[in-house]
Design a binder for this molecule. Structure first.
Ligand SMILES: Cc1cc2nc3c(=O)[nH]c(=O)nc-3n(C[C@H](O)[C@H](O)[C@H](O)COP(=O)(O)O)c2cc1C
Length: 321
């Protein structure tokens, strides 16, 4: 049984948080279109001495969604989520937790570390906590530490993907866990959303397809590269952040590197304290998952959700009658 906050979505989809790419415009568009929208708290970066931008973003998202709900009582917006990077190099974590608690963020997504106090803060303000994991061992640990649900990040996902097949990962987790389970990695069609549910997940967690939307905070060249590329263009490397992640090979070539021969980086080089988790020279190295073959045009996010919705219901009719 899903917690009430995750019931009544238009389709069982969460727009996943993406470093730099996800901001208030994308989140508001996703929520108004009927799916959960999310952003990493670290994307809201104010200048030295300025008021926390995270506060301004949360106020704007809450107010715009409230206005939408008053004007459209029959089609209320989906709830939004904020992602906390729970890594020791994230010096802002405590401050961001306090801001999210004050603004009563309804869904908290934690990555790169499971900490009871973050789950506690989510619960204290009436929210739920979903933790992303790449294997069954981390999944058990996350639930032991108080997460309400799991995001299984399988092979082929954008960002720091796991190495495991989604079939293996979901099957091992469903063996012992019957709470909310989201599946992440290469989901880019409504049919794939239904497939995630058939495997045992409750919801699909979709990132890369939303990079090629008008509301995404990404260069036009990045959006176009998503439209022009497919699974064969994705390479896995630890060079850019210290942890294995998936990237568009053409962007690596454009930066003067050979995607077939990239050095490995040490996990200790991972750092979320500066304005980017990648050195400046690599700011034009673009992350993406393997599912982008389904993305051909840059669209408003609402139109991408319309397509997912259409395909999802068509697939249900075809398979289930
Ligand atoms: C460019 C990019 C940046 C990402 N940044 C984050 C992040 O800051 N925090 C996080 O939890 N996940 C991050 N992810 C992972 C996504 O939330 C999600 O797991 C993934 O995009 C799903 O796979 P898909 O891209 O194939 O749909 C990122 C993914 C991409 C493509």
């Amino acid at each position: 049984m899903l917690p009430p906050i995750l019931q009544n979505l238009r389709i069982p989809v969460v727009g996943s948080p993406m470093f730099i790419v996800s901001g208030p415009e994308l989140v508001i568009a996703q929520c108004k279109a009927g799916i959960v929208g999310s952003f990493p708290a670290l994307n809201a970066r104010e200048g030295e001495g300025e008021a926390p931008l995270l506060e301004a973003w949360l106020t704007r998202i809450t107010e715009e969604l409230d206005r939408h709900n008053q004007a459209n009582p029959d089609q209320p917006a989906a709830p939004f989520a904020v992602n906390q990077i729970v890594h020791r190099s994230n010096a802002r974590l405590q401050r961001d937790i306090e801001i999210c608690h004050k603004h009563k963020v309804p869904i908290w997504i934690t990555s790169l570390g499971a900490r009871p106090e973050v789950n506690q803060a989510a619960h204290d303000c009436g929210g739920i906590a979903l933790h992303d994991i790449i294997n069954n061992k981390f999944a058990r640990k996350a639930i032991e530490k108080g997460a309400d649900g799991l995001i299984a990040v399988a092979a082929g996902a954008g960002g720091h993907a796991g190495p495991q097949s989604p079939f293996a990962l979901v099957q091992e987790i469903r063996d012992w866990f019957d709470g909310p389970l989201l599946l992440s990695g290469s989901i880019a069609t409504g049919r794939a959303v239904l497939a995630a549910q058939a495997m045992g997940a409750d919801l699909a967690y979709i990132g890369s397809p939303f990079i090629a939307t008008e509301e995404a905070n990404a260069d036009g060249s990045y959006k176009q590269m998503i439209c022009d590329s497919g699974a064969m263009d994705i390479v896995t490397s630890s060079l850019f952040t210290g942890v294995s992640g998936n990237y568009l090979a053409p962007s690596i070539r454009n930066a003067g590197l050979d995607p077939e021969n990239l050095d490995k980086a040490d996990v200790s080089s991972m750092n979320f304290s500066s304005s980017s988790s990648k050195p400046k020279a690599w700011s034009q190295i673009f992350g993406a998952g393997q599912g982008i073959g389904a993305i051909r045009d840059v669209l408003p996010a609402a139109q991408l959700v319309d397509r997912l919705d259409r395909e999802y219901h068509q697939a249900r009719t075809t398979l289930l009658g």
